[in-house]
Design a protein around this ligand. Sequence first.
Ligand code: MV4
Length: 512
Amino acid sequence: MFDKVLIANRGEIALRVIRACRELGVSTVAVYSDADAMAPHVREADEAVHIGAAPSAESYLRGERIIDAALQTGARAIHPGYGFLSEREWFARAVRDAGLVFVGPPPEAIAAMGSKTSARQLAIAAGVPVVPGTTDALRDAAEATTVAAKLGYPVLVKASAGGGGKGMRVVARESDLPAALDAARREARNAFGDDAVYIEKYIAGPRHVEIQILADQHGTVLSLGERECSIQRRHQKMVEEAPSVAVSPELRRRMGETAVAAARAAGYVNAGTCEFLLDGTGQFFFLEMNTRLQVEHPVTEMVTGIDLVQWQLRIAAGERLPFRQEEIVPTGWAMECRITSEDPSNGFLPSTGRIGYLRLPGGPGVRWDGGIGIGSEIGLHYDPMLAKLIVWAPSRDAAIARMHRALLELTVDGVATSRDFHLRVMEDPEFRRGDIEIQWLERRLDSLTRVTPPAEGKRVAAIAAVLLAERDRATPAVAAAVAAASGTGGPSHTDAGDEWLRAGRRGGLRSR
Ligand code: MV4
């Protein structure tokens, strides 16, 4: 195992990697921008190196500075986390050329999966089902029209360099095709500097199900089962779970074998994820492969008991995977909510401010993968995801109840967050039935973000609770006398089941 690893990231994922390193006895080097001088990942690492100004382009995306920092501190490997440099072929190559180990796939595998048309060609050659469509970039509108007519409308124009929904256009009829082609090309050129586009049959109302794989350097490739990621808004996932209600053991086996075949075809090593669309009839289609650790990896860890980040490091150090495919069976149910500094009641507008108060959930089956603390300044330089709240329970119903309970325990003051929105998702009857697909959230957005004011009586009770608690704190002698006289020894009111009352009491009892 490496003596020392540099983590080329920030926030919750940097802390997640530091934790894995510490459990493996590996020392850690953090890197940080001006904005992150006081950040939790900097405080938690064994060493930290300043790499530039607040904008990512001047810090977390400066590959050469990060490699210099690793060489200067004597780190032997670099873990890229997700986002930033994690899927840049040139960075993986530069790390290798500097004599360091990239904790991720080989640059060749990143390149093979980075181009969506090349990924499709590779998948088809490996016998992996893909959505019907082209595998080469389209030449012009005439060619697009011929292909679309054969596929039948609606079709989807996609950027070859794309992923994550950029440079994508749904086309309902032939007359719309030329304009859609132009728009997709323009968006792709701006986003990726490459205007190559291809065309696929549009699949309506599918689920987004992805398969986690682990591959070692000795030819073992394993599937760790699926994650259900259909609860998303504008290609940003909000809730993920494992397993998926739509995946039977038989389907899990077939999708797993398919993902393993795709990974093998790309010469894949380390942790990776194959994304699929799963339609209502149980047919699945390979979309793309994410050649990094994903945000939602914890739900897989919770149901398999396998620490993905530790295994990323062990694989990078040359260890063999000791598991057999048959042993990897999901146990119970895990769910994750991405807690973001966005205001759901205001169109998910990013919210900024200083975290003035933070109360974290705990208790059985609750995991908090966070990157913030009291005093954290939340700005606009980086992703609005503050933390992930993850729960495990024996069944899906129990996991939803546990997530709801854990969200009630959470208080983040200083910025608007997605917490209340997540509570409404957990309460939604369709979500509770597992009756979801990729358009579900956007369809239900109105009802999930409408704030229901509390009944007048409860509001008054909450205000009274705050006032009582403040008085009690200001004059402990009076409080003691009241408690003694009433014989309760404590507050006599109950707040069972009422969020407003609880919030009021918590607010009142808060120390300043
Ligand atoms: C599709 C599709 C329907 N049909 N391809 C969106 C991002 C990229 N990963 C691929 N995406 C899609 N490709 C065909 N042929 C629908 C989507 C899609 C989607 C996929 C996964 C998760 C969320 C999504 C939201 C909208 C559209």
